[in-house]
Ligand binder design. Structure first.
Ligand code: FUB
Ligand code: ZN
Length: 637
């Protein structure tokens, strides 16, 4: 039987002073705006042309279909929470186009249908057919769960069956861009069809085997370095692509094919691909035990979090291949930290929690949600960062849409399903993993539970939970890694705990009120000495938030400031700034401007520094006001 612990999106209603405005904007602005973009970018037109049996005229990236699928997924999560006739109509309209574009064989990919009908499945590494199929399946499952309808699920099943018939027989190979693995497990969970699980297993097990690499090399080189021009794919002369290094050698690591997954030691290559793959492996493990694969995921997650992740939870240091580089290589200004990679990290890490409810996983989900992910979305809901640097000289800004529009709809589907990340019923317990105001109505091991949560995070650490259940249910509350101190009471009576991990409360719940006070103090953070970019620097966190300095809040150029870590940090809530944020003022010094007229260099002992404050705002909120420099890591005084 399918096993999963994820709490359904319709079982949680988020009602939170911090998150609800983001979720409402996502629903009212972003999802609407993205629908318009599907039309404007030609994405829907590609489906129409495929329906009409036309040839050529394809618009956008060759994986453009996935934008429609991600939009459908996000919109479906919204429909699961509340019916909305207008949204439903649009969803039905897009589903109708998708369904009619599907060929009788089950095949569906408008790029290949319009542009390269004879080259299907010939370039799995670059051409994203399986990636698009994965997004289609995810959308279909979400739509089915939201509405009970099968219009899109039927399309996904037909395509999955076509893939199942084709792969391992006519074609052998793995997708360059993963995503189908986790989708197939989701499909298995709603259909109970074991063959989808087998297919996911096939893609996971085949990755990284040498004969496949050679196969992929030959096919990838054919269009290596491809560019897009006026609706046509232009192969680069003599090949050369992201999959080839400077010597023209195939770099399997780009697509996590450096070794079979079960033997992999470090997170490598394109970071979104890696996250989707490992999320899929985690899903597979929830259904089929495999000690080797499990150990591999532990190693990979440890490598990522201990050596290859930004303090914001962002991942992927290099633009060149949108991915990981080496241990401790974490440049700030040139960081890639794609918004999609943060989304993928949340997917993977949440799934690891479902396998093994370790609070460290929930801590990372929280860190990534509030920082690496949230910065990717503008406070107007219409502008997005693709790339999330940790320092800027003032020329990095959000955009409305991108030629490669992967990030905006990814953010939309995460916001729309945020409730799923707040609770888990792993192993027959109820875990409160995120402190987000919400109502939960679920069953834990067959026992109905209703829970109301109010939370003052991220600004204050007060959380209240009112719990009712039809019987005895263990409820575990996470003490976040950042909580300097935590008190827990049940109906006013203090509960003993060791101050870390989970506080487990097991009882027959009859409306008891649980109160949590999580002490938030601003903390100075240093990076591992091997991180060259952060040497001699510190960052500031408070509660789940990483802070940054922006030019607009500070008089002097940011490079003048040196922060005094022995000094005071003043926290004050400013309701008028950035929709209401807690601002931090940290003690700092800046150079005395006197005596420099006509001088470029002076003896150090003739220079003075002045005391001042450096004002910090949450990193997620940067670049929402006047453009200017930004920094997360400051020089230590
Ligand atoms: O290739 C599809 C998506 O586009 C990837 O996930 C992103 O990194 C961007 O390259
Ligand atoms: Zn992206």
């Amino acid at each position: 039987m399918p096993s999963q612990y994820t709490v359904g999106v319709d079982e949680v209603t988020v009602d939170d002073p911090f998150w609800s405005p983001w979720i409402e904007r996502n629903r009212e602005v972003t999802i609407e705006y993205q629908y318009e973009q599907l039309e404007e970018s030609g994405t829907l037109e590609n489906f129409r042309r495929a329906i009409e049996g036309k040839s050529g005229g394809f618009q956008g990236m060759w994986f453009q279909d996935s934008d429609a699928y991600k939009w459908l997924e996000a919109a479906s999560y919204e429909l699961a929470k509340a019916d909305d006739p207008d949204l439903r109509e649009r969803v039905d309209e897009v589903i109708d186009l998708v369904a009619r574009a599907q060929e009788d064989s089950g095949y569906l990919n408008t790029y290949f249908q319009l542009v390269e009908p004879d080259n299907r499945w010939t370039n799995l590494n670059i051409m994203h057919e399986l990636y698009c199929a994965g997004h289609l399946i995810e959308a279909a499952v979400a739509h089915h769960e939201a509405t009970g309808e099968t219009a899109l699920l039927d399309v996904a099943v037909a395509f999955a069956d076509h893939i199942d018939d084709t792969f391992g027989d006519e074609v052998d190979g793995v997708p360059g861009h993963e995503g189908i693995e986790l989708a197939l497990v989701r499909l298995y969970r709603v259909t109970d069809e074991e063959r989808y699980l087998d297919l996911a297993q096939y893609f996971v097990d085949l990755r990284g085997h040498d004969d496949r690499l050679q196969w992929e090399l030959e096919h990838s080189a054919a269009i290596g370095g491809a560019s897009w021009d006026d609706g046509a794919l232009i192969p680069a002369e003599g090949g050369g692509s992201l999959l080839l290094d400077d010597e023209g050698e195939y770099v399997g690591a780009y697509a996590q094919a450096q070794a079979p997954v079960r033997e992999q030691e470090a997170v490598e290559g394109h970071s979104v691909r890696a996250m989707y793959l490992y999320a899929g492996v985690a899903d597979l493990l929830a259904e089929r035990d495999d000690a080797e694969l499990r150990a591999a995921l532990d190693r990979l997650w440890a490598n990522m979090t201990e050596k290859r992740m930004y303090v914001t939870g962002g991942i992927g240091s290099a633009h060149r291949h949108e991915g990981f580089t080496e241990d401790y290589d974490l440049p700030n200004e040139s960081a890639y930290a794609e918004t999609c990679a943060a989304v993928g990290s949340v997917f993977w890490t949440q799934r690891l929690f479902e396998l093994d409810p370790d609070p460290a996983y929930a801590d990372l989900v929280e860190r990534t949600l509030y920082n690496g992910f949230l910065a990717g979305v503008g406070m107007d809901g219409e502008e997005f960062f693709y790339v999330n640097p940790l320092a800027s000289d003032g020329d990095h800004h959000r955009s409305g849409w991108f030629t490669c529009a992967c990030c905006p709809p990814n953010a939309a589907r995460l916001f729309a399903s945020l409730g799923q990340y707040c609770y888990s019923t792993a192993g027959g317990e109820l875990y409160v993993t995120q402190y987000v105001g919400s109502h939960l109505s679920t069953a834990v091991d067959g026992t109905a539970v209703e829970l109301d949560q109010e939370s003052a995070l991220p600004w204050d650490g007060e959380v209240t939970l009112d719990i009712e259940a039809d019987g005895t249910v263990p409820v575990s509350l996470r003490i976040p890694e950042w909580a300097a101190d935590a008190t827990v009471t049940v109906d006013g009576e203090e509960v003993d705990h060791d101050g870390s991990g989970f506080v487990r409360l097991e009882r027959d719940w009859g409306g008891e009120r649980v109160e949590l006070t999580l002490e938030q103090t601003a903390e100075f953070v240093a990076a591992h000495p091997a991180v060259e970019a952060d040497a001699g620097r510190l960052a500031v966190e408070r509660g789940p938030l990483v802070y940054c300095a922006e030019a607009v809040d500070n008089e002097r150029p940011l490079h003048h400031y040196a922060v005094d870590e022995t000094g005071e940090v003043e926290a004050s809530h400013d309701a008028g700034r950035l929709d209401g944020v807690t601002v931090l003022d940290v003690d700092a010094t800046v150079p005395d401007p006197d005596g420099w007229d006509g001088e470029l260099y002076r003896p150090v002992d003739e220079t003075e520094r002045e005391n001042t404050d450096l004002e910090l705002v949450p990193y997620y909120a940067w670049d929402n006001r006047d453009p200017g420099a930004m920094a997360v890591w400051y020089r230590r005084a």
